[in-house]
Design a protein around this ligand. Sequence first.
Ligand SMILES: NC(=O)c1ccc[n+]([C@@H]2O[C@H](COP(=O)([O-])OP(=O)(O)OC[C@H]3O[C@@H](n4cnc5c(N)ncnc54)[C@H](O)[C@@H]3O)[C@@H](O)[C@H]2O)c1
Length: 244
Amino acid sequence: MDQDLNGRVVVITGAAGGIGTAMAEAFASVGARLALVDIVDPSKLAARLGPDHAAWSCDLANPAEIARVVAEIGDRMGIDVLINNAGLGIVFPAEVTRIEDWDRTQAINLRAPWLMAAAALPYLKASGRGRVVNIASQAGIIAIAEHAAYGASKAGLIGLTKVLALEWARFGITVNAISPTVVETPMALVGWSGEKGERAKAAIPVGRFAKPSEIAHAAVYLASANAGIVNGENLVMDGGFTVQ
Ligand SMILES: NC(=O)c1ccc[n+]([C@@H]2O[C@H](COP(=O)([O-])OP(=O)(O)OC[C@H]3O[C@@H](n4cnc5c(N)ncnc54)[C@H](O)[C@@H]3O)[C@@H](O)[C@H]2O)c1
């Protein structure tokens, strides 16, 4: 089925990470041109996926860097799709979470998606069919112990998604979120391996965690022409965990 993503420019933040890399591969496979953004230089990934892609190193905690990088991407390539995927999970019991960890979590997981989207708006408008996909988490809709800063940031991101969806629909732009369960990336498996991981999987109706490619293909759908009626949605990809 034609997703009308051939030649469209897709900006992916956190592209060097587990889910970001799967996103880059999925969007490249449908012919998109990628602008990969990460604090870890994603230029090797861009080169591996083909000659049409480009990479930017950027610390998303820094608003000035976001403004510079989005303007560079937009002026050089245009922007049709923005995937706010970069994120940070610092987990501590709420009462001992450090202020600097709280602030860094909100800066990267919540403030950066807002600043990225706001800076990309002129280009998304010019696209005529702009798309924003924010990678939130099941921790944004249910309580997970030791996830106070993370859960608050992801709940905020789901709220931001809805407001942008409301404000920008008139420009032909849709804004949606994806909220996964644990996704089997190397980073996530450090925290969810062994007995703790097995217990968590047993509590999920489908009996397993998500694969990065499953999240990536959902993002491709939300970015596609076919998803134009989906706006302000939070697609929960948790194997049925939160239906209970
Ligand atoms: N893996 C999971 O279990 C899971 C579950 C639910 C939601 N998520 C969300 O999915 C997204 C991707 O997670 P992942 O599992 O691929 O994690 P990951 O750690 O593999 O990737 C995150 C990427 O974000 C980048 N990043 C971090 N801080 C940055 C900064 N200041 N500036 C620019 N880039 C920065 C990292 O360098 C990394 O490449 C995150 O938003 C995460 O919260 C992950």
